[in-house]
Every structure is written in structure tokens, then in C-alpha cells.
Design a protein around this ligand. Structure first.
Ligand code: PLP
Ligand code: COI
Length: 344
């Protein structure tokens, strides 16, 4: 298969064109066949519901090439289930888990030459999305939907990779509303976060850390990632109805227990920030991204977690355990991996 001539180890989290994408349309109350195309464009009616009323959801998952050459996809059924919850949350047609998984297998196989080599530490990011496509002007759910899945090879989400990054916090911004759409993965949440995210970047931070939108007292979401902290041999992560239930976070909780840590999922008061030994963002894109500094933009308080510019020991252990399972260097004890057979 032709080498795509990519400098794999210098990839960041950006879009690189690949060969094919796959699509499936929901029409007359049922899902059609999976279609394969090399077009990067989606033909859309100008009155399509997604364009006006934001009927759009998406997912993010990864495929990894192991030292043994095998291609592993991480926990895709969990993404499929969340894709259903997102669809239901904004009244779109939910795609059955098996159809979702079939599309993932197909799009990965079709673009196998873009799965980065093991040594590069990069991976193939899989981006499923669903949109309401039928034309209408009334505010109501669409009648027809399209799911598109494309892939793109990616490197680290934050430019520093696994080096501690700086984040800021402010009560001036909410990502989502208290009883809103924070726990599902819809485009509108990300549109609503762009203003605060850009402000964080302009000030030299990687991301905006949000407090809960109701009381502004508890730690909530860390940009487009979950938040966790380590204290007294305990992995602590927010329980909150406004954060996205992260599959990475869920996996790290399990791995933390395997590594002998206690796990607490509970509200995390802002004042606890000064008591933590290590803090980190986590997600498919972010993996485990250690946080070295949190600056509170409203009161000037700063919380530091890394004196030497390196990630803390527990975060490092967790990161290695997760990457180990994903790349096949550690046994898949929890059944998180599906190996995709590829003829290369
Ligand atoms: N929180 C938000 C807002 C996200 O966009 C993501 C990314 O998917 C996550 C958390 C992490 O979730 P996961 O680990 O399932 O990718
Ligand atoms: C992910 O971690 O997969 C995300 O979706 C985060 C971001 C790129 C939106």
C-alpha cells in the first residue's frame, strides 16, 4: 500500500486528508446501506435542520497500530452508546450500536495506510458525526439524518504532549446550562465554548477550566476533556450532570483501581484545588494531559502542581497503563480492544 509520506512524529491534533469516508442515511424511518466515498463534501439542502437549529452530534475515538502490527480500536461500543444518547438528547434518529461499529471497522480498513506507525506515538482519530438533513423552517426535529465517519491521523492534542500544561479558570463563562446538554456530545456545546476557549488561548493557556454552571463552586469540565486529581493515593473526578461522561476517564478509573489507588467520583469544591498532588485533563484527544498550573482569572489565585516541569508519578503510571492497553503493550484485561483485520 502506498506510503502517504507523512511525518508521523510531528503530527499535532489537526486534519490531514485521508482516502475515504463512509456515510449512512436515515430515511422513511430506517437506516440505509453504508456508502463509501472519496468526496470530502456533504451535499446539503440550504434549509437542512442541522444548519439552522443545530441538530448535530459527534463522537471521537481512536485506532492504534501496535508493535505487533495489529490495529486496535479502543472501546467503540461505548462511543456507539454515547452517540445514541446524544442523538436522543436532541431528538435525532439513534444509530444502532452494531451499525456504528460496522462503519468504524469499514472506515479504518479503507484508510489503513493512514494509521501511524507504533514508534511515532500517533494514532488514527475516528470522527463520526450525525446531522439532521431534511429541509424545514419550523423548529422541529428533522425527518432525515445522515451519519458520516471520517478518519485523520493525529498526534498530541496539547502542543506540549505529556508535559504539564497551563490552564485558567473563570466564573465569567459557562460551557453549558445546569439542566442543559453538557452530558451529551453535540456541536452546540462546542460553539458555546469557543469564546472562553479563545480567551484562554489569547492569554497563553491551553484551555479554560469550567466551574459548575449552577453554583460556580465545584470543578466541572476541562475544556473538551474531563478533569481528575490525585491526592492521598486516591483518583478523584467530578460527579456532575453537566460534564460529558468521558470513556477515557471511565477507563482511567478502572486502571487506577488496578494500580491500587482508591477512586472517588464526587463534587470537587474549588478550595480543594490547593490540596491536590497532581491534576490532569483526560479524553480521547487529550489522553492524559497533566496540568502544571491553574490560574484563577477572577481573583488572581494560582495553583501549581509541577515544580520540575514533569508530570506527577501517578498520572505517569495511569498514562502508561492506558497507552499500554491501547497499543497492545499490556494485556487487555477488561476487554476494551477490538482488533481490526487488515490486508496490507
Ligand atoms: N469532555 C468533553 C467536553 C469532550 O469533548 C470530550 C471528548 O470526547 C471528553 C470530555 C472526553 O471524552 P472521551 O474520553 O470519551 O473522549
Ligand atoms: C475528543 O477527545 O475526542 C474530543 O472530541 C475532544 C475535541 C477534539 C472536541
Amino acid at each position: 500500500m502506498k506510503d502517504p509520506q507523512i511525518d508521523w512524529s510531528s503530527l499535532g491534533f489537526s486534519y490531514t486528508p485521508t482516502d475515504y469516508n463512509v456515510r449512512c442515511t436515515f430515511k422513511d424511518g430506517k437506516w440505509g446501506e453504508i456508502e463509501v466515498t472519496d468526496s470530502v463534501y456533504i451535499p446539503l439542502h440550504m434549509a437542512a435542520a442541522c444548519l439552522h437549529y443545530g441538530q448535530e452530534s459527534f463522537e471521537g475515538l481512536k485506532a492504534f497500530r501496535g508493535k505487533d502490527g495489529k490495529i486496535r480500536v479502543f472501546r467503540m461500543e461505548e462511543n456507539a452508546k454515547r452517540f445514541i444518547r446524544s442523538a436522543e438528547g436532541i431528538k435525532m434518529a439513534p444509530m444502532p450500536v452494531e451499525l456504528f461499529c460496522e462503519m468504524v471497522r469499514k472506515v479504518v480498513k479503507l484508510n489503513a495506510r493512514f494509521i501511524p506507525p507504533y514508534e511515532s506515538g500517533a494514532s488514527l482519530y475516528i470522527r463520526p458525526l450525525e446531522i439532521g438533513i431534511s429541509p424545514q423552517v419550523g423548529v422541529a426535529p428533522a425527518k432525515e439524518y445522515m451519519v458520516v465517519m471520517f478518519v485523520t491521523p493525529v498526534g498530541p492534542y496539547f502542543k506540549d504532549g505529556f508535559k504539564p500544561t497551563k490552564v485558567c479558570l473563570s466564573r465569567e463563562y459557562d460551557r453549558v446550562a445546569p439542566k442543559g446538554t453538557g452530558s451529551i456530545k453535540i456541536g452546540g456545546n462546542y460553539a458555546a465554548s469557543l469564546y472562553a476557549g479563545q480567551k484562554a488561548h489569547d492569554l497563553g493557556y491551553s484551555v479554560m477550566l469550567y466551574l459548575d454552571p449552577k453554583d460556580k463552586t465545584y470543578i466541572d469540565e476541562c475544556g473538551a476533556a474531563n478533569f481528575f486529581a490525585i491526592k492521598d493515593n486516591t483518583y478523584i473526578t467530578p460527579s456532575s450532570e453537566t460534564v460529558l461522561p468521558s470513556i477515557t476517564n471511565m477507563s482511567l478509573e478502572t486502571l487506577a483501581k488496578d494500580l491500587g489507588l482508591k477512586v472517588e467520583r464526587r463534587p470537587i469544591h474549588y478550595d480543594e484545588l490547593e490540596t491536590f498532588e497532581e491534576v490532569s485533563a483526560c479524553g480521547t484527544a487529550a489522553v492524559c494531559s497533566p496540568i502544571g498550573l491553574i490560574d484563577d482569572l477572577d481573583n488572581g489565585r494560582s495553583f501549581t502542581y509541577s515544580e520540575n516541569g514533569e508530570a506527577g508519578p501517578k498520572t505517569t503510571e495511569l498514562y502508561n497503563a492506558l497507552r499500554g492497553v491501547q497499543y497492545g503493550d499490556r494485556p487487555d484485561e477488561h476487554g476494551w480492544i477490538e482488533i481490526i483485520e487488515i490486508d496490507e
